[in-house]
Design a protein around this ligand. Structure first.
Ligand code: SF4
Length: 459
């Protein structure tokens, strides 16, 4: 297996909810397509009039509930996830008849929301005639004259907001200074070079991206700030979430109730759940969150971060380092399995987030790598097989409460790892990641972000 060459900021990205694979990925694809058109030969653009988008797989099955149409339209209009505010997205008119104009050099191309086609809808809900693509979340963006396709690109939203396209080759990046592709190799690097996990992560990030350490620290601070902001906004924003479920926000209520539990031993658990619900509800509202590692799981790490920041008053430098520990677990899971609900079910989103959060807590408490690894493995192990079944295609039920459960399991896993004897731990993180990949492979497709199985089928 090649060494891990993922950047920390590929994993932790600031962008609009509610689903990284359904909003951030498609928005990036739309933006990439428009940049591509800027470089087309004039002859290819001469007869172009309009744009069309075909959504396949889970991008289509979840329908408008995941906001994919709005996200890809925003990308085509030139917006990028990192700088597109919730207000901009909310103000985008996606009524079927509204015509938007995209300027590409001297041409004005039109697109209406009805040009963004959910192919399952077009086939009356049947998926049988969908073309075979290498990834389940595929979108094809086309440049058209009135009726004919002049040029197109086939994009794959491969989870966590990452995109690839047909024929794309991985971006050329530097080789990590301390290469590893799994936990065992990472441990060997730490041992052989007598380097701390934080130093190893920073050195690798610099070698891979060329970004100097001071800038990396600044970017880590921006990620921490965005996570904290999502929790704090969610704790004071009341009311209903968008969509047909009419789900009322719970984060503010739990937070208010927690204030009245001053001497109760349960207080910290209610706090932790309130923080997770608050950030997850902000995601469901389509507001900016941090993929950690995805939008659907964007409440788990912020919840433990906020607990350690607000309740335990841990210093910023400790939290910044803990983010590096969470990232290394995310890398290992992404490399050995997947972070995409559409590929492996919810174990790849909430399960991965919980494992990363467990490592975060262990690291913030200055535990050695062995405890950190045990905590991450324990959290992941108890999410294996968890399916993705968002009700009515909205990242609300079961997603929001799953964030609270993921945060609680992360804290429990940390406590078990600390209280145990590390040498007695039988299943290592690498084995849990392998089990996750195999379980995901064996999982029927209706449990992979299609809203056709589980709770989505019963509600
Ligand atoms: S069920 Fe899990 S994987 Fe599926 S959308 Fe919700 S949070 Fe994401």
């Amino acid at each position: 297996m090649p060494p891990i060459a993922t950047s920390i900021f590929d994993l932790f990205k600031i962008g609009p909810g509610p689903s990284s694979s359904h909003t951030i990925g498609p928005m990036r694809a739309g933006n990439n397509f428009i940049r591509l058109l800027q470089n087309l030969p004039p002859a290819e653009l001469a007869s172009a009039r309009r744009l069309r988008v075909l959504l396949y797989g889970s991008l289509s099955d979840t329908g408008r509930g995941h906001g994919t149409d709005r996200a890809v339209l925003a990308g085509l209009l030139g917006h990028e996830p990192g700088n597109c505010s919730a207000q901009t997205l909310d103000s985008l008119d996606i009524d079927r008849g509204t015509q938007h104009t995209v300027a590409v050099r001297e041409r004005s191309l039109t697109i209406t929301p009805s040009d963004i086609i959910f192919t399952t809808e077009r086939r009356g809900g049947r998926r049988d005639r969908a073309p075979h693509f290498p990834y389940s979340n595929t979108l094809v963006i086309q440049l058209m004259d009135r009726t004919k396709v002049l040029f197109e690109r086939e994009y794959y939203s491969v989870g966590g907001g990452f995109i690839e396209w047909k024929g794309s080759t991985p971006e050329r990046r530097g080789r990590p200074r301390f290469p590893y592709s799994n936990t065992l190799q990472l441990q060997e690097q730490l041992r052989r070079h007598r380097v701390t996990l934080h130093a190893l992560m920073l050195a690798n990030e610099q070698a891979i991206t060329g970004v100097p350490p001071a800038q990396i620290q600044k970017q880590l601070d921006a990620i921490l700030d965005a996570m904290i902001a999502a929790v704090e906004r969610g704790m004071v924003t009341e009311g209903y979430l968008p969509g047909p479920i009419h789900l009322h926000r719970k984060g503010p209520l739990l937070f208010q109730r927690a204030q009245k539990m001053a001497h109760s031993p349960d207080r910290f658990l209610v706090d932790l759940c309130a923080y997770a619900l608050a950030a997850a509800e902000e995601n469901a509202a389509g507001h900016p969150v941090v993929t950690a590692p995805t939008c659907g799981s964007a409440g788990v790490i912020p919840a433990v971060l906020y607990l350690l920041h607000r309740n335990n008053k841990l210093p910023r430098a400790v939290l910044r380092d803990a983010l590096l520990a969470a990232a290394v677990v995310g890398f290992i899971i992404k490399h050995g399995a997947s972070l995409s609900g559409a590929e492996v079910g919810c174990q790849g989103e909430i399960g991965a987030a919980s494992a990363m959060a467990a490592a975060f807590i262990a690291d913030a408490h200055s535990q050695p790598f062995m405890i950190l690894e045990n905590a991450a493995e324990t959290a992941l192990e108890h999410h294996l097989g968890m399916t993705c079944d968002p009700v009515k295609g909205y990242v609300q039920i079961p997603c929001i409460e799953r964030n609270a459960m993921g945060a609680v399991k992360a804290y429990t896993a940390y406590l078990i790892a600390c209280a145990g004897i590390p040498e007695w731990h039988v299943v290592g993180l690498d084995k849990a990641v392998k089990a996750m990949a195999l379980t995901g492979r064996d999982m029927p497709s209706q449990y992979k972000e299609t809203s056709r199985g589980g709770l989505a089928r019963c509600c």
